[in-house]
Design a protein around this ligand. Sequence first.
Ligand SMILES: Cc1ncc(COP(=O)(O)O)c(C=O)c1O
Length: 399
Amino acid sequence: MVNTLHKKYKSLFYIPKNWIYLDGNSLGPLTKNIKNSISKVVTDEWGEQIIKGWNKSNWMTQPDRIGNVIAKLIGASKNTVTVGDTLAIKLFQAISGAHQISKKKGLILSDKSNFPSDLYIANSYLKDKNLSKVRLVSKNKIVDELNKGEASILMLTHVDYRTGELYDLKKISKIARNMGIITIWDFAHSIGALPLSVKKDDIDFAVGCTYKYLCGGPGSPAFIYVNPKHINKINPIIAGWLGHENPFNFDLSYKPAKDIRRFRIGTPPVIQMSALEEVLKIWETVDIDLIRKEAISLTSLFINKINNSKLKLSLISPKNPKKRGNQVAYKTENAYEKMQALIDLDVIGDYREPNIMRFGFNPLYNSEDDVIRATEILKKICNEELWKKNKYSKRKLVT
Ligand SMILES: Cc1ncc(COP(=O)(O)O)c(C=O)c1O
């Protein structure tokens, strides 16, 4: 198929000239509308209004408004998503919520290749409650484990952060539901990449970040979705004043809001929220089914080109495009050095342990031409051993 989205959308982004940006699964690029609007937020709102901005510029309701736009992107109903804090914190809230509504004993099931931070968070929660650590199994054993019926909570990342392997969310959530197991899905690598339908699939919780495919900016706030049937049954684990039903009453006793706002915690980061709210205006115009279709075409072309190059790279992402997200990963010796050489030649991907080169594709700004040029440059780096230069072996803090 011929990809067309980049023709309409690429000009909305700032991507340095000649860069082939294949790292939007880690941090999305800046959009021109954010750049223009942020200086206005700073000068016209913060600058001119100072404290009045909370009412006059409606800063206080940003998490509710943004939550409703995100709700559309994940197939949720209105007022079931809120935004703030980081994914780690939203996940902690989801785990506590899941534990409160689960009728079972507190066993969390996850897979061995889950994002380590998710497992640290879950284990820190369990340790505090004197419960056993997360039960970790291989991805292909998750269904067997669910069928044993021992788990209380299933906590999975929908798209594997390294390999891009995609869970069959619908099927797995259904099995979990039938076994009375509460589901928490991490959509860090799904939102803005794949069509999602949390309501139809009747999942319990979803969390995700907004700085990857959505392009909300470095450290932009995370989101939490809570199935409306659970919202009012959960006592927020972090009872901040902005989750109170009436924060400006300054009651000494905490009464959680009677809706999704009980998952808010504290003061929203207005500048980051404003950036996110602005970029979401672009997302409101995007056909997510088309994004997915074009991403499949880009990742498939990338894999074909690498296959034809006869390079010693082994694909660790699923070959079947329906089983992978919008990213592709290869294992190879000296992957770090090869990735540094690629970055030096303006092909931006990233490195993950162990020896993995990772490439993310966003059809809003990536084209077939990017894929062809990126694979040619990778071929040159490997065939001419350009990666052997000393400067490429020095490990940076962020890889
Ligand atoms: C799958 C996944 N989960 C969780 C996180 C952690 O997100 P944060 O640092 O925003 O809390 C990340 C970060 O990249 C991630 O990829």
